[in-house]
Design a protein around this ligand. Structure first.
Ligand SMILES: CC(C)=CC(=O)SCCNC(=O)CCNC(=O)[C@H](O)C(C)(C)COP(=O)(O)OP(=O)(O)OC[C@H]1O[C@@H](n2cnc3c(N)ncnc32)[C@H](O)[C@@H]1OP(=O)(O)O
Length: 258
């Protein structure tokens, strides 16, 4: 399958996906979401890819689900097709780490897409928001849930109820993004971070991701037990032997993802 709405590239061990509907500010039409899922399938089954970056343009990461495409849908259409769950959740289900490099607008589904990623790096001009209320609907791809967990109830309520956008500085203060960067450094830093993650042991990276995500879905006691099980499992990998031997021998580790 060729890609019409995204650009898919491999840069060393990093899979790079660039949303590419500039005229529509990367509005997430069904075809784009399908292509995104396909690209993630490709990268996930490629043992050489250790991390994935999703980005947009300087003006927009993504301005949300495609309003023109969804405006005439009715209840039965969206309910039966499970609109928004199908396809979109593919990003959240990716087992390899995914970094969102966000410049410009990340609104509605764009903000939700960024929040499905594991790390959000933001350019200084980034703007995050859940403006669905202004369209007579509510967030449908996790906005009320993930935003609340990330920034707390007060801010999530305010943003979802009013549609107010957050700038990059506020998003960093609130814990939505991990770092804010000058726009011209955003992609370099995102690729550098992805490269660094990809140089680690992929199975152990996947364990870390699974364990951190478990913190959102379990009690502390359950989460700690889960982490300990994975920690013990890491000792069954060759990479644990290599990582610790490399430290003792004062050299860089050479992980084999085994
Ligand atoms: C996931 C779920 C359940 C829901 C959603 O995501 S609902 C969508 C939420 N997003 C929004 O409500 C944002 C909509 N867009 C805007 O408010 C503005 O476009 C903007 C503030 C992001 C930028 O404004 P600006 O004046 O700079 O640019 P525009 O002229 O408004 O847009 C340029 C071009 O892009 C089209 N566009 C923008 N966003 C979308 C969208 N979400 N869906 C479809 N098309 C979009 C816009 O219509 C215009 O194209 P045309 O000139 O051809 O109309």
């Amino acid at each position: 399958m060729g890609y019409q709405n995204i650009i898919v590239e491999k840069k060393g061990r990093v899979g790079l996906i660039t949303l590419n509907r500039p005229k529509a500010l990367n509005a997430l039409c069904d075809a784009l979401v399908q292509e995104l899922g396909k690209a993630l399938d490709e990268f996930e089954s490629d043992a050489h890819v250790g991390a994935i970056v999703i980005t947009g343009s300087e003006k927009a990461f993504a301005a949300g689900a495609d309003i023109k495409e969804m405006k005439d849908r009715n209840f039965v259409d969206v309910y039966v097709s499970d609109f928004i769950t199908k396809g979109w959740e593919r990003v959240a289900q990716c087992r390899k780490p995914v970094i969102a490099a966000v410049a410009g607008y990340a609104l509605g589904g764009g903000c939700e897409l960024a929040m499905m990623c594991d790390v959000i790096l933001a350019a200084e001009n980034a703007k995050f928001g859940q403006p669905e209320i202004t369209l007579g609907v509510l967030p449908g791809a996790g906005g009320t849930q993930r935003l609340t967990r990330l920034v707390g109830k007060a801010k999530a309520m305010e943003m979802c109820l009013s549609g107010r956008m957050m700038d990059a500085a506020e998003a960093e203060r609130s814990g939505l993004v991990s770092r804010v960067l000058p726009a011209e450094q955003l992609m370099d830093e995102a690729m550098k971070l992805a490269d660094r993650i990809a140089s680690m042991s992929t199975p152990v990276v996947m364990m870390v991701k699974e364990s951190v995500n478990r913190a959102y879905e379990s009690t502390l006691a359950e989460g700690l037990r889960f982490e300990r099980r994975l920690f013990h499992a890491a000792f069954a990998t060759e990479d644990q032997k290599e990582g610790m031997a490399a430290f003792v021998e004062k050299r860089q580790p050479d992980f084999k993802d085994r």
